[in-house]
Design a protein. Structure first.
Length: 538
């Protein structure tokens, strides 16, 4: 970061990138400042409520369905009618917002593309503005990209052939340090969504394409209600019809699974569905129960969707959505093609087939993939088992036949399993490699033929902390899980990766090792890996 670009009243935009004044015009800055002043205090109150709830969990408390909202859960109501563009979402692709990715995703043949400013973007100022500019050009139909060596020129398909664009802003917990309003960093959520809407909402509305958004990491109906207030205000300010902006909410925190009806109700004029953000959900489970010895999970490879607490979570989401007229979206297939090894590639594809078959037969209306090569496979499976554009007729009444207590007990019961040496060291490697790439500006990283974002690193990091701080745990070979084991894994990592020093973020490897060592030794588990890491990037 260098100079102050411009100040409008008491808003300061920090940084000095070529062309940023074309995005952050005085009118755009005034719009952003208004959002921050109106909604920043409520956001802070919601974050304070999160901290209080975590104290409750740390003291041994357990999440449950709310008594004060029972009437919402038990009464008959439905969300607003879905727009035509969001009726069929059987295959969605997700990824960051760099120009090449935007073109490839929109051209991919998926029904929808979730342009991600959150877990697959390292929020450097350059990345954020590059992403906003790329999305704006894509909407205008002028986006192209030339490979640095001139070998390939990427252009967009004609508009009707493109995937439907959806944008995921960063979560409520994150600040945008490059924009100060009255001397305070503004909400990253308000910056990402607000700037995109200011620049593109009218153009998208004119095409009957939204704008559409994915909202991440909500923990309560009150947080959903805050988003409703923000979106309604933006619509009124920009002259859009109420409910023009549609959203899908990721159910990726443990508290949120107990408030799915309430979240749908708070956003009922604009919500299109809920999504099983399963990797972040596992991360949230570990974080919520970080001090509860009887809730420790085995290594992440053993925590599959077949485990009762995850299976029930996804099936309850299907029942809740379909009862209210919303889509129930499945989770991510992170596999990428394994070049040079057909047998290993086919084995990976078999795992994808099994996962997508589980989703569609359970009643999901669509699914996520991280790589265009998986789109035909996912589509083939959903086409074979879906009778129409969605499966809202699959009500899964069997799920809600259980009592609140039975459901609660299943949702909080941990899966059983072990911790192997490979599992422990795998967590160390994945977390360090992802963090090194993130510090180097890359938030979407191929690791062991999986396209990883922050969620996998967060599971790895929180598992390590939980295993080390709950005491008396052992690997399956009897080795104590202690800080000596962690130290050996960290010390051995550079030599282990020496043959692959062209990996993303290789120059940040030592910094990432030091950060993981510090985070795992801390007496209190950090809420998010990206909070301390954000302080280290520009």
């Amino acid at each position: 970061m260098s100079a102050v670009l411009q100040a409008t009243g008491s808003i300061e935009v920090i940084g000095n990138l070529p062309g940023q004044e074309q995005l952050l015009t005085p009118a755009a800055q005034a719009f952003l400042a208004d959002l921050q002043r109106r909604f920043g205090p409520t956001r802070q109150a919601r974050l304070a409520a999160r901290r209080e709830r975590q104290k409750f969990f740390d003291a041994g408390g357990l999440p449950d369905f709310r008594d004060d909202t029972r009437a919402i859960r038990e009464s008959a109501w439905r969300v607003a009618e879905l727009p035509v563009a969001l009726l069929d979402r059987r295959v969605e692709i997700t990824g960051p917002t760099d120009p090449k990715m935007v073109i490839n995703a929109l051209n991919s043949g998926a029904n929808c593309y979730m342009a991600d400013f959150e877990d697959s973007t390292a929020p450097t100022w350059d990345n954020l503005l590059t992403g906003q500019r790329a999305l704006g050009k894509a909407i205008a139909g002028t986006l192209d990209w030339m490979a640095p060596d001139g070998s390939k020129h990427y252009t967009l398909k004609p508009y009707p052939e493109q995937a439907v664009l959806m944008v995921r802003p960063r979560g409520w917990h994150l600040d945008e340090k490059h924009v100060l309003v009255d001397g305070v960093p503004m909400s990253a959520s308000l910056f990402d969504l607000g700037l995109f809407a200011f620049l593109n909402a009218k153009a998208l509305a004119a095409k009957d394409r939204g704008p559409y958004f994915y909202l991440p990491k909500l923990q309560s109906m009150e947080e959903a209600a805050l988003w409703e207030d923000v979106l309604a205000h933006i619509e009124a300010t920009l002259g859009l019809a109420h409910g023009q902006m549609k959203v899908t909410v990721l159910i990726e925190t443990l508290p949120a699974v107990f408030e799915m009806d309430e979240i749908l109700h708070a956003l009922r004029a604009r919500i299109a569905g809920l999504n099983c953000g399963r990797w972040d959900y596992i991360f949230s489970y570990i974080k919520a129960f970080r001090t509860q010895r009887d809730k420790v999970l085995p290594e992440r490879g053993q925590v599959t969707m077949a485990q009762p607490f995850l299976k029930t979570y996804s099936e309850l989401l299907i029942h809740t959505c379909h009862r209210r007229g919303a889509h129930a979206m499945g989770g991510m297939a992170a596999q990428i093609p394994i070049s040079g090894d057909p047998a290993a590639n086919e084995k990976a594809l078999e795992r994808v087939r099994a996962d997508k078959l589980r989703e569609v037969t359970a009643g999901h209306d669509g699914t996520w993939v991280a790589h265009p090569a998986l789109i035909p496979l996912a589509r083939e499976i959903f086409d074979a088992h879906m009778l129409g554009a969605h499966q809202q007729n699959v009500l899964r009444e069997d799920v809600r036949a259980r009592s609140d207590r039975e459901l609660r007990d299943t949702l909080i019961r941990p899966s059983l399993g072990t911790i192997t040496r490979a599992g422990f060291e795998g967590n160390v490697e994945v977390c360090v490699r992802y963090l090194a790439a993130w510090l180097d500006g890359n938030g979407c990283v191929p690791i062991h033929w999986l396209m990883e974002d922050a969620a996998t690193a967060e599971i790895s990091r929180t598992q390590l902390w939980q295993w080390l701080h709950n005491g008396a745990l052992h690997l399956d070979d009897g080795t104590p899980v202690d800080f000596a084991l962690l130290e050996r894994a960290l010390i051995g990592l550079p030599s282990k990766l020496a043959e692959r020093m062209q990996l993303p973020g290789a120059g940040k490897l030592n910094e990432a090792i030091a950060m993981l060592d510090e985070l795992t030794h801390a007496e209190v588990l950090a809420d998010f890996l990206t909070l301390p890491a954000y302080e280290r990037i520009d």
